[in-house]
Write a protein of this length. Structure first.
Lengths: 117, 111
């Protein structure tokens, strides 16, 4: 049973289209994230939700809109896709990290590779 | 955000120990040292973390310098499956989960 699952795994689309990537976690975590890995392999956080509430928004264009219907799901909707949006998008979840005990490690999905033509 | 510096790449032979270094000279007192790795075509996965003392778990060991300005991830016997990009990340206590990934160290393991 996959802990953090994303769909679709691959997405090829034309510029200007709107697309969504779905993420579900079955770990019972309160916090979920979207990270983006660009063509140079740099990983950067985009958004974080805690119990359906947005807590991190890293100056991502308004064309990107995360939605969390419940704490087990965090979807990413992208409007008016541009060439520069081509990347691998990773969903992750975690428990809080307070320094002692639990590592608060992030569990990542396998990624969704978006290619914009 | 405190930065880390790692070598771009390293090579190892299978079944030999591997020492992956990380410099973090601007580490603050509340920063924990976390290591993640990313296997090819997969998402990153947690490896180990520590604050001041050396740490061991089933995957690896973490050796932290006394002044905490550097640390070393130790894989005791590298296998081909350990070929990955290894990221050293500083994470403050009560951090929201915003991990700052650098370029990491790409580890090649030769049979």
């Amino acid at each position: 049973d996959t802990a953090v699952s994303q769909t679709p795994k691959y997405l090829v689309t034309q510029m200007g289209n709107d697309k969504s990537i779905k993420c579900e976690q079955n770990l019972g975590h309160d916090t979920m994230y979207w990270y983006k890995q660009d063509s140079k392999k740099f990983l950067k956080i985009m958004f974080s939700y805690n119990n359906k509430e947005l807590i991190i928004n890293e100056t991502v264009p308004n064309r990107f809109s995360p939605k969390s219907p419940d704490k087990a799901h965090l979807n990413l909707h992208i409007n008016s896709l541009e060439l520069g949006d081509s990347a691998v998008y990773f969903c992750a979840s975690s428990v809080p990290f307070w320094g002692q005990g639990s590592a608060g490690e992030l569990f990542f999905g396998e990624g969704s590779r978006l290619t914009v033509l | 955000d405190a930065k880390t510096t790692q070598p771009n790449s390293m090579e190892s032979n299978e079944e030999e120990p591997v020492h992956l270094p990380c410099n973090h000279s601007t580490i603050s007192g509340t920063d924990y040292i976390h290591w993640y790795r990313q296997l090819p075509s997969q998402g990153p996965e947690y490896v180990i973390h520590g604050l001041t003392s050396n740490v061991n778990n089933r995957m690896a060991s973490l050796a932290i310098a006394e002044d905490r300005k550097s640390s070393t991830l130790i894989l005791h016997r590298a296998t081909l499956r350990d070929a990955a990009v290894y990221y050293c990340i500083l994470r403050p206590r009560s951090n929201t989960g915003k991990l700052i990934f650098g370029q990491g160290t790409t580890l090649q393991v030769k049979p």
